[in-house]
Design a protein around this ligand. Structure first.
Ligand code: ADP
Length: 402
């Protein structure tokens, strides 16, 4: 008897890296995970970890481009008995950053879908080309298995027009598809659902503010499982203060830097995306390092932390107003899951909103979803670890399962 295909390979192809995870969806277990980084650069390497096995690091294989990277990843998987042409493979799920307005759901990849992702390159110049390379290479390696695109923007397509539109000339905006799309949607979807589970309620009955705080950071207001607002916009630059991105600024800063500092558009792009945020403010973008420096009394680190957490508080307040009633605030991703000091500072002074954090709960390390607010609190504050790869695998598997 042949086994029903139940495995899903998830690929997340970035500009210079490819992350992959192989799942068995019968029990959602992870069979292998890996990362190829610094593709095309000196020091390119592949790190592969089979479930329950030894981590393997390879620097001896040539990794000049994404095709070579995916082939090397496929070889590592095959060495553990997970060949890409294995009939047990049900789908390959791809993270695709920008799906525009067209892709509101996970989508089986066809030539037409590839063409549409390509058409969105002008609004996602860093991400969509890398995602497409991953898709094309995976299609070459296994043209028979269904490939599914899961879009970072999809969860946010439910935002009402008044939240998604910028107040600029409509004809110009429409001609160039300028509007707020939002990103990290897979994470916001997963975490808002898991938060409802933690509350023991149906997702349809719960209003949640999700704070995804990784290197990139975004907030979302989720009402009954539907996103009604999110902090990222046309690109992932808008909103919260991030590791290297400014988040919200007056757009006139750009004109000012161009006219007064003589900077080119490309230079300002690099400034706001790569040399701003925490790194621009204090030279570090790792919250652990910033926390260590604050303990030593470092003024730049303290100010960076204050700006970062103040922006978070402003978004919590805004989304509280947007939702009217908040059942939970969920912190997720690297900073959200680990930095108790960030969580405490972000909700400090919000007791009038019913938002409080219990110090002991907040600072007790844990790994699964957990409450950090006191039992009596009217708004639950929680840490809910995200798992974007599992969410992509689940969505892809659901789509291809008969
Ligand atoms: P990415 O956006 O790259 O997926 P992550 O969600 O993995 O990022 O978050 C990475 C960030 O998480 C790091 O830059 C660091 O600031 C933060 N981080 C990770 N672990 C900790 C920790 N133990 N304490 C504080 N911050 C942490």
């Amino acid at each position: 008897m042949t086994e029903h295909p139940s495995r899903v390979l998830v690929l997340n192809s970035g500009s210079s890296s490819v992350k992959y995870q192989l799942f068995d969806m019968t029990d959602q277990s992870r069979l292998a995970a890996g990362l190829v980084e610094r593709i095309g650069e000196a020091g390119a390497r592949l790190v592969h970890t089979p479930a329950g096995g030894e981590r393997r690091e390879r620097t001896d294989v040539p990794l000049p481009d994404h095709t070579a990277a995916l082939r090397a990843a496929a070889d590592e998987l095959a060495a553990d008995g997970h060949r890409l042409d294995d009939p047990r493979l049900a789908a390959i799920g791809h993270r695709v950053v920008h799906g525009g307005l067209r892709f509101t759901e996970p989508t089986v990849i066809t030539d037409e879908v590839i063409a549409e992702i390509e058409r969105l390159v002008p609004v996602a110049p860093l991400h969509n080309p890398a995602n497409l390379t991953g898709i094309r290479t995976a299609l070459e390696l296994n043209p028979r298995v269904p490939q599914v695109a899961v879009f970072d923007t999809a969860f946010h397509t439910t935002m009402p027009e008044y939240a998604a539109r910028y107040a600029i000339d409509t004809a110009t905006a429409d001609a160039h598809r300028v509007r707020r799309y939002g990103f990290h949607g897979t994470s916001h979807a997963y975490v808002s659902r898991r938060t409802a589970e933690l509350l023991g309620k149906d997702v349809a009955d719960v209003n949640v503010i999700v704070l995804h705080l990784g290197n990139g950071a975004s907030a979302s207001a989720v009402a009954g499982g539907r996103c009604v607002d999110t902090s990222m916009g046309l690109t992932p630059l808008e909103g919260l203060v991030m590791g290297t991105r400014s988040g919200d600024i007056d757009p006139a800063v750009i004109f000012h830097l161009s006219r007064v500092a003589g900077m080119s558009v490309d230079e300002i792009d690099v400034l706001l995306n790569k040399r701003s945020g925490l790194v621009g403010l204090c030279g570090d973008n790792d919250m652990r390092e910033i926390t260590r420096r604050m303990a030593e009394g470092d003024a730049a680190a303290r100010l960076a932390f204050a700006i970062y957490t103040y922006r978070l508080k402003k978004y919590i307040g805004a989304y509280y107003a947007v939702l009217g009633r908040v059942d939970a605030i969920a912190f997720t991703a690297g900073v959200g899951e680990n930095a108790a000091n960030v969580r405490a500072a972000a909700v400090e002074g919000l007791v009038g909103f019913g938002v409080v954090v219990d110090e002991k709960r907040n600072t007790t390390p844990g790994s699964g979803p957990r409450f950090i607010s006191p039992q009596y609190a009217s708004v639950a504050v929680a840490v809910v670890p995200t798992d974007e790869e599992l969410e992509i695998a689940s969505q892809a598997f659901t789509l291809v399962s008969p």
